[in-house]
Design a protein around this ligand. Structure first.
Ligand code: DC
Length: 218
């Protein structure tokens, strides 16, 4: 079984790279961040504060969330609706970071992630894949980049999608999310002891992809 864990902070380029690798190796790709984003959207639909543990706990186990694949591409389905685009909105990002700090949410999402990954060759990207979701993954990478570089990438991505955003605000949000994601109590963002560290600040997507593929092919 080929399991690849790709962890790192937001904007490190890991999801772009994971998608390319999944395609090249013809294996399944799971973007676990999309699942936490969908939880945040569900909280928004219900008018629930993402840090209100009691309120989130009351719905999380019944969340109508499904991950499906269409022509190899992951689609996130919430309440029967394809929310793959909606969950990318910038306002959902901070909410996702908040809701992902709750143990009840992580427990449920990790269960779902392991169900998707069970018995198939796959690459998962997230924050805790190598440390918690798939601790026995054969290949683990921790992909990062300087915050300014990651903010620049996110700014470009969002403006290309037609969203109006400010670079300084994105950078500030990235710093806050980095802090939240790496300081939460329950499976924080952290490099697994056996993960290969890759700083992509000065690397192109192709270079990162080639590097990972060269390790996996060996
Ligand atoms: O990768 P992303 O930006 O789409 O993730 C959104 C949020 O979800 C991020 O702030 C942290 C959280 N997350 C997590 O805690 N664990 C994961 N495996 C993936 C994402």
């Amino acid at each position: 079984m080929l399991n690849i864990a790709l962890d790192g902070p937001s904007g490190s380029g890991k999801s772009t790279v994971a998608k390319i690798i999944a395609k090249k190796l013809d294996i399944l790709y799971l973007d676990t961040g999309a699942m936490y984003r969908a939880c945040a959207l569900e909280a928004l639909y219900r008018g629930v504060n993402c840090l209100d543990e009691g309120a989130v706990e009351s719905f999380i186990n019944e969340i109508d969330l499904k991950i499906v694949y269409e022509n190899g591409a992951q689609k996130t389905i919430l309440r029967g609706e394809d929310v793959s685009q909606k969950i990318r909105q910038n306002e959902v990002s901070m909410m996702a970071s908040n809701i992902s700090s709750l143990p009840c949410v992580r427990k449920k999402m990790v269960e779902m992630q392991r169900d998707v990954a069970r018995g198939v060759d796959c690459i998962l990207d997230g924050r805790d894949i190598g440390t918690h979701v798939l601790p026995d993954a054969e290949f683990k990478f921790y992909v990062t980049a300087r915050p300014e570089v990651r903010a620049e990438r996110r700014y470009k991505e969002l403006t290309e999608k037609g969203q109006t955003v400010e670079y300084d605000k994105i950078l500030e949000e990235i710093n806050v999310r980095d802090y939240n994601d790496s300081h939460r109590e329950f499976s924080p963002l952290r490099q697994a002891a056996d993960a290969i560290l890759l700083d992509t600040s000065e690397m192109t997507i192709d270079e990162v992809t080639e590097f990972i593929l060269s390790k996996v092919k060996k």
